[in-house]
Ligand binder design. Structure first.
Ligand code: ZN
Length: 327
């Protein structure tokens, strides 16, 4: 897909590309985003613009030699650094091997672009090594750091960068986009629910709306409708694989927090707009019970995310068993 296919990216791109065109782009740009809001597409286009050797227009020309190298994923002055497969961090070696290259002349005679993707995964040593480079920026070299808006980047790195937050589009705009471009046979309430469950990020919502995935959520909600009145959480265990439990936790907790909103008569803010009967059913429980369930399930999520080697099945069964004794 091209950048034009994501209408909400047009303005952010124009703002950032104008700086490039007027030769006042900061040498280190930090882009924070909500995952699935088109962050990669925006950054690729900016990198392409920085490398393009035509200086006339906001968009990269796509025809110069530099653009062609970029488009064929072969540009020698373009580096993408992120955590290697199976690793949860960006190590100092990755930054060091980069540092040796950035002080050399660019191979195509234009700019060099370094994209550090998921920059908050840099270890402290890696961050400090990068900091040195950012403090003495090599000529014609542009760093783009990117990560999710709630990630923890070292403040010293932050202070060396020009920060830009990529906003998610308005709900109505995203609903229109999903309808127009993806031919989805869902109601507006379903589209809104998928978006709200995805922090309003259109591409995350689109993935959630994939028929099989969306059906899984529907099934989960239907199973809750029968399991809850019988206080039989074990029924739920039959309906999904253990690997899918983290996602189910997120769905259930969104329903619980909707139930609290319904109790406090602020139902217009609910996320699960397509699941009103289920939200109402959950809202018949006491405030204490709803928050206790929420805490229990969220703790399990934390455990499942952070603990390796522990018997995940056991965590899941434990949560289901404990859910039944909360009153
Ligand atoms: Zn070009």
């Amino acid at each position: 897909m091209k950048l034009d296919d994501y209408p909400w990216l047009t303005l952010p791109y124009q703002q950032l590309a104008l700086n490039i065109l007027q030769q006042r782009a900061h040498h280190a740009l930090l882009i924070s985003y909500v995952q699935g809001s088109g962050e990669d597409e925006l950054i690729k286009q900016l990198a392409n613009r920085l490398l393009c050797q035509s200086t006339e227009q906001l968009a990269p020309c796509l025809t110069c030699h530099s653009c062609q190298l970029f488009l064929s994923n072969n540009h020698p002055d373009y580096y993408v650094i992120t955590n290697e497969q199976g690793k949860q961090s960006i190590g100092i070696d990755q930054i060091r091997s980069l540092s040796s290259k950035v002080y050399e002349k660019s191979q195509q005679g234009g700019n060099k672009v370094i994209w550090i993707k998921r920059a908050a995964l840099m270890t402290e040593a890696a961050s400090n090594a990068l900091l040195k480079t950012l403090e003495e920026p090599p000529e014609n070299t542009y760093f783009i750091l990117s990560d999710e808006h709630n990630s923890q980047l070292l403040p010293t790195i932050h202070s060396r960068c020009f920060s830009y937050f990529l906003k998610v589009p308005e709900l109505a705009q995203s609903i229109e986009w999903l309808k127009k471009n993806h031919n989805l046979a869902y109601s507006d309430n379903e589209l809104a629910s998928a978006l709200l469950l995805s922090e309003n990020a259109p591409l995350t919502a689109l993935a959630l709306l994939a028929p099989e995935k969306w059906q899984q959520r529907k099934n989960f909600c239907e199973n809750l409708l029968t399991a809850l009145p019988q206080n039989d959480y074990w029924q739920l265990a039959k309906t999904f694989e253990h690997e899918q439990f983290i996602e189910r936790i997120v769905w259930f907790c969104a329903l619980l927090s909707d139930a609290l909103k319904a109790k406090q008569k602020v139902g217009r803010f609910i996320v699960n707009r397509d699941q009103v009967p289920l939200v109402r059913l959950l809202a018949t429980n006491s405030h204490e019970k709803i928050t206790a369930l929420y805490d229990l399930w969220m703790q399990a999520r934390q455990q499942l995310l952070s603990v390796t080697g522990l018997n995940k099945e056991l965590i899941v069964y434990n949560v289901l068993a404990q859910s039944e004794v909360i009153d």
